[in-house]
Design a protein around this ligand. Structure first.
Ligand SMILES: Cc1cc2nc3c(=O)[nH]c(=O)nc-3n(C[C@H](O)[C@H](O)[C@H](O)COP(=O)(O)OP(=O)(O)OC[C@H]3O[C@@H](n4cnc5c(N)ncnc54)[C@H](O)[C@@H]3O)c2cc1C
Length: 379
């Protein structure tokens, strides 16, 4: 095996694959001047690597496609691989594993590991073709050939960090279908009726969002352009169009405040300015709770199921991931190899597999890379 494998992209999935493969067996081609640009800014700079709660239910994908890779290289396997590399992630937010201080800790591991491979930076892949047993990969600088091509070029999110549609274009050129793509793990823009959110910009609160039957819990942030925060980002994965329901008082018991003489805005466990803005919208007066009529209470309890239709999302420039992608029906779940083209592999986000917020997308990038590695090594 001598530089037999071309890996398109130098992001999370590519770096894991190149780290696992034997010395001098692969060439990474990355359009950025540096590898792993997304890793560095991920998880607020600390990289949420994986999650102690792992399973196909945390992915928007075909369960049967995701399961074999998650089993072959689970979160436990990933953590022990990292430990072997002297990185011991810390648990935050109950189940999420992050780098201790900075995402650079993870990137440094990959940077050290991939030294054993050839890495072409600042070089853009333009097309891939196949003739006989060999692929020809054309870049903006040269033409190279190989026995295996691994498409690890990610999705369309964060174009400023190199995202491109090349993975989909390569897949299509070999007859693969692409499941419609959309920005995901991204904030929502709002329609006229919710323009009052703008005045709440900067305020955040814990919510429970229901979208297409899925519940997303966590913090919601009122942003200048609409809504953001972990619960909203998570909800965007399941939203296509239509209404979502937000419970702004997820752990609040109305019974516990019955007869209270406190003002509504003091009583509700929301920032005062949030409660006051909603009172205005609901045409309710801020007054002692015991004075409100049952009709007014009904109105106020709308805060438990506030329904509205987002106008859209903040788009690919702000989205953490891209949902949709190369259809998984045409890729082997055990090996990640195309069912149409011998020796062509798809790993990571380029596939129609999207994880929820919480380290699931990196786990998928690493697990799918491992399945691909196992298959190539067995050949
Ligand atoms: C702000 C942000 C924060 C995130 N935080 C987390 C987190 O904490 N936890 C988590 O699990 N996930 C997180 N994600 C998602 C995660 O980064 C991705 O799902 C993951 O990086 C996907 O890995 P990948 O290898 O498939 O693609 P990528 O990491 O996107 O790598 C693809 C690479 O291909 C290169 N490329 C594209 N086109 C070409 C071309 N034509 N020629 C050569 N190279 C090309 C790109 O430059 C890129 O480097 C975050 C994403 C963003 C944007």
């Amino acid at each position: 095996m001598n530089n037999d494998i071309i890996i398109i992209g130098g992001g999370a999935s590519a770096l894991m694959l190149a780290s696992l493969l034997p010395k001098k067996s692969a060439t990474i081609i990355e359009s950025n001047p540096k590898i792993g640009a997304k890793i560095l800014i991920s998880g607020g700079g600390k990289c949420n690597i994986t999650n102690a709660q792992m399973g196909t239910e945390y992915f928007l994908a075909e369960d049967a496609f995701v399961a074999p890779s998650l089993k072959t290289f689970s979160e436990v396997d990933l953590l022990s691989w990292l430990e072997h590399q002297k990185l011991k992630p810390v648990m935050r937010k109950k189940t999420q594993y992050f780098c201790q201080n900075s995402a650079k800790e993870l990137l440094d591991i990959f940077a050290k590991e991939v030294k054993k491979q050839k890495v072409l930076l600042d070089e853009k892949v333009l097309s891939v073709t196949k003739r006989g047993a060999f692929f020809t990969v054309k870049t903006n600088k040269r033409t190279v050939s190989s026995k295996y091509v691994v498409v690890a070029s990610g999705g369309l999110s964060f174009p400023r960090l190199g995202a491109s549609a090349i993975g989909y274009e390569i897949a299509q050129s070999f007859g693969h279908d692409i499941v419609k793509t959309a920005p995901a793990l991204v904030g929502f823009t709002v329609q006229k009726e919710q323009f009052f959110f703008k005045a709440l910009s900067g305020a955040s609160t814990n919510v429970k969002i229901t979208v297409n039957g899925t519940i997303c819990e966590g913090s919601l942030l009122f942003a200048h352009k609409g809504l953001s925060g972990p619960a909203v980002l998570d909800a965007s994965l399941y939203w296509e169009k239509g209404k979502i329901e937000i419970d702004f008082l997820p752990d609040f018991s109305w019974k516990s405040v019955r007869g209270s003489k406190k003002q509504i805005s003091t009583l509700l466990p929301l920032a005062k300015r949030i409660t006051k803005a909603f009172l205005v919208q609901l045409a309710l007066e801020d007054k002692p709770f015991y004075q409100i009529t049952s009709e007014e209470l009904d109105k106020l309890q709308k805060l438990n199921h506030y329904m509205f239709a987002p106008a859209g999302t903040f788009g690919y420039t702000k989205a953490e991931v891209t949902k949709g992608g190369v259809a998984t029906t045409e890729v082997d779940a055990q090996t990640l190899m195309s069912k149409k083209v011998e020796g062509l592999y798809f790993i990571g986000e380029v596939l129609d597999v999207t994880g929820r917020l919480g380290g699931y997308n990196f786990q998928w990038a690493f697990s799918s890379a491992y399945s691909c590695f196992k298959n190539i090594m067995g050949r």
